[in-house]
Design a protein around this ligand. Structure first.
Ligand SMILES: NC(=O)c1ccc[n+]([C@@H]2O[C@H](COP(=O)([O-])OP(=O)(O)OC[C@H]3O[C@@H](n4cnc5c(N)ncnc54)[C@H](O)[C@@H]3O)[C@@H](O)[C@H]2O)c1
Length: 433
């Protein structure tokens, strides 16, 4: 069987790596971005996902990369993994997705499975089923198989998912997924089959829940700060309860990335469309919008205004271990600090992240190393918990910096870490020296 993965970003490449390394079938990766295809052909995988890149490299003789529409011929299973960003009003922008459906309708030349891996507007599976199978020569068995991988562990999550949520119309579709995911089935990974709508909604509900967990602890951090509590201690105290768990309980400047903000907005939008109040989601989003704002106020307060102050922003990607800056708090903070007259330098361990940041902010000195970014600044602002940042010694910072202000937007240091700097974090007593 020929498998065609359409859209080669995080999700598409992870699917490609899985299909190639777990079957002897023909595996093709298609993307309309010719540069991306050319890079992939030359072993430039551009994602900061070491194991995924290694697998793609090892499989390079088996995987065909192409931007030719001819790839849609003779396909037994399509996997759609194109982007579904937010529109201005929060609705899901399905334009790229429906381009692919149109291409399948026009170019496929026999019956096929159509596996939806993108996070799509709720109702899409049923709609696609009707669209593809109306007046057509061929039968397309549509399967909603939402992708749950996380950036920075894309490979591990793809190979060993916690569960499969599968929206299907018939037994054949379920059997197909169980066949290609045989190893997971044998390993006892749960396979939950359900309607397309339920599968699509499971994906949104999962992301919105995780986003809410982050906003919840961020809201607690505000109260802790006012009452003299320490949010790290509080998180530990909460997370030890197995019903709660430690994950997503780290207070900080808020969530970003290509999924949580857009998926929360999409749920709110769907609620509005259907006259269902989405109060929790609205609140989670609002806390997330105001969280970097409060952090900015702290920076302004401690530096007595930021006009002409030299500040280094450290951590540009929305989280550690990825090069993805989409909806990263660094974008909002950089924009606001610049507007208020600060002189900014910036650094992220990821080259991809640095380069894309540079494109958006020509007036910021984006540096190739941490030392260069920090040299001569009045303050440093940590926005991700990269290992490189966690290992920073105060003495090194002091040698390079001009001032002594450390703003920690991810609580990566203990409040005792800095002896000579003014250390300001989130939801803890500031160490004001
Ligand atoms: N990134 C994640 O962590 C993650 C996790 C789970 C689910 N998702 C969902 O998966 C989908 C893909 O996300 P991503 O981050 O991998 O996307 P991405 O933006 O990194 O990549 C999407 C790719 O699709 C290509 N593309 C767009 N239109 C196309 C078309 N008509 N034909 C062929 N290629 C086309 C683009 O050129 C791009 O290379 C989204 O719906 C997202 O919400 C993402």
């Amino acid at each position: 069987m020929k498998h065609l993965v359409v859209g080669l970003g995080y999700v598409g490449l992870a699917n490609l790596a899985f299909l190639s390394s777990n079957s002897k079938d023909e595996v093709v990766g298609y993307d309309k971005d010719e540069k991306r295809i050319n890079d992939l052909k030359h072993d430039d995988y551009y994602l900061e996902e070491a194991k995924l890149n290694e697998t793609l490299y090892n499989e390079k003789r088996r995987i065909v990369y192409t931007s030719s529409i001819n790839a849609f011929k003779d396909v037994g299973a399509f996997y759609i993994a194109v982007g579904t960003p937010s529109k201005e009003d929060g609705a899901v922008d399905m334009a790229c997705f429906y381009e692919v459906i149109k291409d399948i309708k026009e170019h496929a030349n026999h019956d096929a499975y159509v596996v939806i891996r993108s996070t799509v507007e709720i109702g899409t599976g049923d709609k696609v089923n009707a669209l593809l199978n109306k007046d057509g020569k061929f039968h397309f068995n549509v399967i909603s198989l939402p992708e749950f991988l996380s950036e920075s562990s894309a490979y591990e999550d793809e190979m060993n998912p916690a569960r499969f949520v599968i929206g299907v119309d018939d037994e054949d579709a379920l059997t197909f997924i169980k066949r290609i995911r045989k190893k997971s089935l044998n390993d006892g990974v749960p396979f939950y089959s359900m309607s397309h709508v339920s599968a699509e909604m499971s994906k949104y509900a999962s992301n919105a829940f995780l986003a809410t967990k982050i906003s919840f602890i961020n809201e607690m951090s505000r109260l802790a700060e006012s009452l003299g509590g320490d949010i790290v201690d509080i998180s530990n105290g909460m997370g030890a309860d197995p019903r709660i768990g430690h994950s997503m309980l780290n207070a900080g400047v808020g969530f970003g990335g290509s999924c949580f903000p857009k998926d929360t907005k999409a749920l709110i939008y769907k609620g509005k469309e259907n006259d269902v109040e989405m109060a929790i989601n609205e609140a989670a989003l609002m806390v997330n919008i105001t969280q970097p704002l409060l952090f900015l106020k702290k920076i302004e307060k401690h530096l007595s205004g930021v006009k002409d102050k030299k500040i280094a922003i450290l951590g540009l990607a929305y989280k550690e271990g990825t090069g993805d800056n989409r909806s990263s708090p660094s974008l909002y903070l950089a924009e606001s600090l610049l507007k208020d007259g600060a002189i900014l330098s910036a650094y992220d361990p990821s080259k991809t992240s640095r380069e894309s940041f540079k494109k958006g902010f020509s007036s910021i000195n984006v540096c190739p190393s941490l030392d260069e970014a920090v040299k001569g600044v009045d303050a440093v602002v940590f926005l991700s918990s990269s290992k490189e940042f966690k290992e920073i010694e105060e003495t090194c910072l002091l040698k390079l910096m001009n001032g002594r202000y450390v703003f920690d937007g991810r609580n990566i240091f203990s409040t005792e870490h800095f002896k000579y700097c003014t250390y300001i974090s989130i939801g803890r007593k500031d160490s004001l020296r």
